[in-house]
Design a protein around this ligand. Structure first.
Ligand code: NAD
Length: 294
């Protein structure tokens, strides 16, 4: 299939590589010339703008940092909608607010282009291994079109409902993750200062009612889980600044919906403080440092 792939950063580049490996013909666009050159070396075609990338393709995929980039890449003068043919499907995999994708999809719809949202979880490791989870907001028909392609970049393709619901699922999940990590950090730090062996404590939590992904797979206490970022100096995981971005999306969406997110707001402030200290690049589980006497 001829596909335009726009936004080739930490996530987009390995996703595009997997599509090239699967035999697709890719039009590539990014502001970063180096990444374009690297992907051209494995078979992609470099283009000059989103408009140029979208010309003559059968599908457009975007993977951009934030809402402003999504708006400009689709709606700008040299944007996707200036080049794409009516009837060609598109999907945005960036993590942004649900309203932006709904707005852009409405404009796209007016020229016969169906746009869906499919934010991901699984991180850069999942993007490389092709094991991402896609949370898809699209009509049933659009989902059926997107599914086989997304399945070449991920292993879990979930239809969440209409446009925007993929983003809703993603921000609600990350709201909970950001909060649960702080809960585990608080419990581990308290147990340690009260004098229990942290391995024993983690074992009890993980076979009791406090168990969750943050305690079992990604425990913030160093040495509990060998593969967790805590065991390698909080490097190479999900950066605190990215968690801060997702909590910002959740609290903003909550404001629009008049819905309280009390723990989410506190969590956001703790990651904000990490960012201010210069620790925004550390894995988010380093939030435990707020509880340690260092
Ligand atoms: P990134 O910053 O590494 O990559 C974004 C890419 O978009 C860059 O290469 C940048 O040059 C390009 N770009 C920016 N503006 C552009 C424009 N106008 N036109 C074309 N290209 C443009 O970000 P990432 O880590 O790949 O994340 C992408 C999205 O996925 C974000 O929304 C992020 O929140 C989400 N996400 C990231 C992770 C992760 O672990 N990195 C996990 C899940 C979801």
């Amino acid at each position: 299939m001829k596909i335009a792939f726009i936004g080739l950063g930490n996530m987009g580049a390995p996703m595009a590589r997997n599509l090239i490996k699967a035999g697709h013909d890719l039009n590539l666009y990014d502001l970063n010339q180096q990444v374009l050159a690297e992907l051209a070396a494995v078979g992609g075609r470099i283009t000059e703008s989103p408009r140029h990338a979208a010309q003559g393709v059968e599908l457009v995929i975007t993977m951009l940092p934030a809402a402003a980039h999504v708006r400009s890449v689709y709606l700008g003068e040299e944007g996707v909608l200036a080049g794409i043919s009516a009837g060609v499907p598109a999907v945005d995999c960036s993590t942004i607010d649900p309203q932006t994708i709904r707005d852009v999809a409405t404009v796209a719809g007016k020229q016969g282009v169906t746009l869906g949202d499919a934010p991901v979880s699984g991180g850069t490791g999942g993007a490389q291994a092709g094991t991402l989870t896609f949370m898809v907001g699209a009509s049933a028909e659009h989902f059926a079109t997107l599914r086989p392609i997304l399945a070449q970049m991920g292993k879990n393709i979930v239809h969440c409902g209409g446009i925007g619901t993929g983003q809703i699922a993603k921000i609600c999940n990350n709201l909970l993750l950001g909060i649960s990590m702080i809960g585990v950090a608080e419990a581990m730090a308290l147990g340690n200062s009260l004098g229990i062996d942290t391995h024993v404590l983690a074992g009890v939590i993980n076979s009791s009612t406090g168990r969750c992904w943050s305690s079992e797979i990604y425990n913030p206490w160093p040495g509990i889980v060998d593969t967790a970022p805590a065991s390698r100096g909080y490097t190479g995981g999900f950066g605190a600044d990215l968690m801060l971005k997702d909590l910002g999306l959740a609290t903003e969406a909550a404001k629009v919906a008049h819905q309280p997110v009390i723990l989410g707001a506190i969590a956001q402030q703790l990651y904000q403080a990490m960012s201010l200290r210069g620790d925004g690049g550390k894995d988010f589980s380093a939030v435990i440092e707020a509880y340690l006497n260092k």
